[in-house]
Design a protein around this ligand. Structure first.
Ligand code: PLP
Length: 415
């Protein structure tokens, strides 16, 4: 038995997969679509043999590496720039770097973290379109050569403090089909992008690029196709004005396949996106990159937490309330509006299940994860029972840094 505390743990060895999980007393709860809820062998084995003193994310770095190889091969010739914000665990970044990944960073802090791990600045793209001027200067001095923008003001900043680099303009995408759409915060309309890219060349930037993001946890493959068609039209209009596009950034959006959304296998997304990209851009001499975050790491992680309380309201609602020791403010922020619907595993006594509301422990009434979606858990579930939350390797530790209401930030262990 390993007792895990503060990220100290040793990796387990033998393999158990969830295919034979029932033999190990685990029970997959899925009242919705029959999602392929398979935990990788190392994760299941480690978790079964460890005790945790607080909610903890366990990451299987072998699974991350395997997914990296799959995406890198299937998206080739596009180069992978892992979106660091999805999960910045140093061991994970180091593993991806060793696999040959590049990295998309959003802040000085993320750049410093990559550099501290020995990742060359030439392998970083600064993909945030909202950057402090001083941070752009820092990045440029460190040797970062790829910078995003979506406005004239940001482009001007780049011309001032990061000349002779490759800049790329992010275009607006509506995010239809994405369970975590990125809304209107990033990107500009195609017409404005055209003018800004003309302006970029006037400012001395050579062979600038175009980027977009189809929205996170995007399950509709048509979203990429529609984006690519728009980008190609933009590239052709720019060519007519003498602007040569040298970079196309396909963005992220590749879905986790282990939540309750109807996502297909990762290979299907990668190969179809590549086919779309080659159809629209195959005749161009461009450098292509993709920036998966969630699609690389979500399925390789599992949160171990426990039941704090099971209660009823006595108001005629027959649903039990299951309060976990983790909630919206300690790692599960993406349950906001029940956008990302995780699958849960609980101890199985072979008994019946009943409908539940699943909530966090904090004193905020918004800290309810699932109330509208029909979740069902064993009737026997009780205080102290361990609960596994699958496919939580992305956007959990990063959203859990403050310790709201005195609950500890989500702990993490990398195997
Ligand atoms: C967050 C982010 C990504 C990663 O998105 P996923 O949906 O997790 O793949 C990629 N590119 C940029 C610029 C981002 O901000």
């Amino acid at each position: 038995m390993t007792i895990v505390h503060g990220g100290l743990a040793v990796a387990a060895t033998s393999a158990i997969s969830i295919d034979n999980a029932h033999a190990h007393g685990l029970h997959l709860v899925d009242a919705g679509t029959p999602a392929p809820t398979t935990l990788t062998g190392r994760l299941a084995d480690f978790v079964a043999n460890a005790r945790f003193d607080r909610p903890t994310l366990v990451m299987d770095l072998d699974a991350v590496a395997e997914r990296y190889r799959l995406l890198a091969a299937a998206l080739n010739p596009a180069h992978i720039h892992y979106a660091v914000k999805a999960n910045p665990a140093p061991q994970l970044l180091a593993r991806l770097a060793a696999e040959g990944s590049n990295f998309d960073v959003a802040s000085r802090g993320e750049i410093e973290q990559c550099l501290a791990l020995g990742i060359p600045a030439a392998r970083l793209s600064y993909g945030n379109t909202i950057k402090r001027r001083a941070d752009i200067a820092f990045a440029a001095a460190a040797g970062v050569t790829m910078f995003a923008f979506d406005s004239e003001a940001e482009l001007t900043k780049l011309a001032d403090v990061a000349p002779n680099t490759t800049v790329y303009c992010r275009v607006l995408v509506d995010g239809t089909g994405a369970e975590w759409p990125l809304g209107k915060k990033f990107g500009c309309a195609d017409q404005m992008a055209e003018e800004l890219l003309v302006r970029a060349v006037e400012l001395g930037f050579q062979r600038p690029g175009i980027s977009f993001h189809v929205g996170s946890q995007q399950t509709d493959l048509g979203a990429w196709d529609r984006c690519f068609a728009r980008a190609r039209a933009l590239i052709d209009r720019l060519a007519a004005r003498g602007v040569d596009i040298g970079l196309i950034n396909l963005g992220g959006g590749f879905p986790s396949t282990m939540t309750r959304s109807k996502a297909q296998e990762p290979r299907v997304y990668a190969e179809t996106v590549r086919a779309h990209a080659l159809r629209h851009f195959g005749d161009l001499d461009v450098h292509m990159i993709a920036e998966p975050g969630r699609g690389l790491v979500a399925d390789a992680g599992c949160i171990v937490c426990e039941v704090v309380l099971v209660s009823e309201k006595g108001d005629g609602d027959d649903r039990r309330w299951v309060y976990l020791d983790i909630g919206k403010f300690s790692g599960l922020a993406e349950t906001m509006d029940e956008a990302i619907r995780y699958n849960f595993e609980t101890p199985d006594n072979g008994g019946p299940e009943g409908p539940v509301v699943i909530a966090g422990p904090s004193c905020d009434s918004a800290d309810v994860m699932y109330e509208k979606n029909a979740y069902s858990l064993p009737v026997s579930l009780q205080e102290g029972d361990r609960v596994l939350i699958l496919a939580t390797g992305a956007y959990t530790t990063t959203y859990s840094s403050v310790g709201f209401n005195g609950f500890p930030p989500l702990d993490a262990v990398c195997l």
